[in-house]
Design a protein around this ligand. Structure first.
Ligand SMILES: [Zn+2]
Length: 199
């Protein structure tokens, strides 16, 4: 078959987020999502990817998408990254949940691979949509901030490859506002559609 010349290549940017819907973040100050962030300088969290790498926030906090304001997911982040990107522990803790049996691109709610790490104050960090067999730690393991613990993916209810990262007061509790000590200033959380370099 002869290749046609002059055809237009339409580039589509796939932005990953949970729930498969586009979202926008309301202006800071709307409905209170700008409140409650701790001081970045003393943050106990680092970005959940390797130092020297930079990724874009596909969905921020308090959106009109799946991280909707006044819901348990309000303070979650969706960070766009290719399948297989190393995911690192954002804070020290104990591995309490490992789910890694679901296949890539299944596009089915409830069929996401994820890792939950519990911190010394009882709060947890959740790392979601990981790739199949993509978790490198076991339940009960002690992990330290910066340890490589998993590889990202696109499992479960996900519109494209990304890492959903959240911190909550406990497993199945509301998410908490967090910021990260190893990147540029973001007083009210990471901004949607901005990229952040892990330093
Ligand atoms: Zn999400």
């Amino acid at each position: 078959m002869k290749l046609r010349t002059g055809s237009i290549l339409v580039a589509m940017v796939i932005v990953g987020s949970c729930g498969g819907t586009e979202s926008t973040t309301p202006a800071l100050g709307d409905a209170g999502c700008s409140a409650g962030y701790p001081e970045q300088a003393t943050s106990r969290y680092v970005l959940p990817y390797s130092p020297g790498s930079e990724f874009m926030v596909g969905q921020g906090n308090c959106t009109d998408g799946s991280h909707e304001i006044d819901t348990s997911q309000a303070y979650a982040y969706d960070i766009d990254m290719p399948i297989g990107t190393p995911v690192i522990a954002s804070r020290d803790g104990i591995v309490v949940v490992v789910v890694e049996n679901w296949s890539e691109n299944n596009d089915t709610p409830g069929q996401e691979n994820y890792l939950i790490i519990e911190h010394d104050d009882g709060s947890i960090a959740g790392y979601y949509h990981l790739t199949e067999a993509g978790i490198d730690v076991e339940e009960g393991d002690q992990v330290f901030q910066g340890d490589s613990v998993a590889r990202s993916g696109n499992t479960g209810d996900s519109s494209g490859p990304h890492l959903h990262f959240e911190v909550a007061t406990c497993e199945d509790c509301d998410t908490l506002p967090v910021n990260f000590g190893n990147t540029r200033e973001h007083q009210f959380g990471l901004d949607e559609d901005d990229a952040y370099l892990a330093e």
